[in-house]
Write a protein that binds this ligand. Structure first.
Ligand SMILES: O=C(O)c1ccccc1NCC(=O)[C@H](O)[C@H](O)COP(=O)(O)O
Length: 235
């Protein structure tokens, strides 16, 4: 069964929504150099992580300015996993994995298959995303799932599929890519639920008023649709 991460929780209310829907993991976005309605401060991340029940994986999602900053944040928030966006070399990622107790997930660009292969040995998992020029996520944009499926089949690490997923398209995505897990942020936000075009591409309709809060119905539908769909066996 495909695992599901709901990313960008901003409150313990969002946490309750994700847990009640049956999410396996929740993402807490701290220290990103981009404007995101889902970013929270480290203290809020600590509060949400502490409120998470057993068997729900807490993920610190960050774009740190240095590996040491990621270590510092991980020690403060004490998540089960750290998800790293942006520039961090393979050696620095190895340093991070050796320095924190949490599992380390490296975000890689769906448009750059070689990047995924470079990090395959050192990361605990890879998250394949549609990233912007800086490596930030939360774009609400899908990518070429057929091409991603080919890349995934060459990797040893568990792969998390992200980028423009919604309650409507997640079943197709799971069938096509057969990832270990799926991840969603803007596609289940209250004011940012994505719309699909006729070609199947997802375009986020996130508005300036989007505040990152989760839509309970969208979260429940997303988790149910992801989990009822056939996926790859556990590695
Ligand atoms: O969500 C953000 O705004 C964000 C900003 C900077 C770095 C990472 C961010 N999100 C991390 C995630 O893991 C998202 O869930 C992932 O990129 C998918 O986002 P979406 O396409 O909105 O579902």
């Amino acid at each position: 069964m495909t695992r599901v991460k709901i990313c960008g929780l901003t409150s313990t209310d969002d946490l309750r929504v994700a847990v009640e829907a049956g999410a396996d993991a929740v993402g807490l976005l701290v220290d990103v150099p981009v404007d995101s309605p889902r970013e929270i401060d480290p203290q809020r991340a600590v509060e949400i992580a502490e409120a998470a029940p057993p068997f729900v994986t807490t993920v610190l999602v960050t774009m740190p300015e240095s590996p040491d900053r990621a270590v510092e944040l991980a020690r403060a928030v004490e998540p089960d996993a750290v998800q790293v966006h942006g520039e961090m070399g393979v050696g620095d990622l190895a340093y991070l994995t050796a320095s924190v107790e949490a599992k380390v997930i490296k975000v890689v660009d769906a448009g750059d298959p070689d990047e995924a292969r470079r990090y395959d040995e050192v990361a605990d998992a890879l998250l394949v995303d549609s990233v912007d020029d800086d490596g930030a996520g939360g774009t609400g944009q899908t990518h070429d799932w057929d091409r991603t499926a080919e890349v995934v089949s060459t990797l040893d690490s568990p792969v998390v599929l992200a980028g423009g997923l919604t309650p409507t398209n997640v079943a197709d995505a799971v069938r096509t890519v057969e990832p270990f897990a799926v991840d969603v942020a803007s596609g289940v936000d209250r004011d940012g639920v994505g719309d699909e075009t006729a070609s199947g591409e997802t375009v986020s309709d996130e508005t300036p008023s989007a505040d990152g809060r989760k839509d309970p119905d969208a979260v429940a539908d997303f988790v149910a649709n992801a989990k009822r769909t056939h996926s790859a066996p556990t590695p």
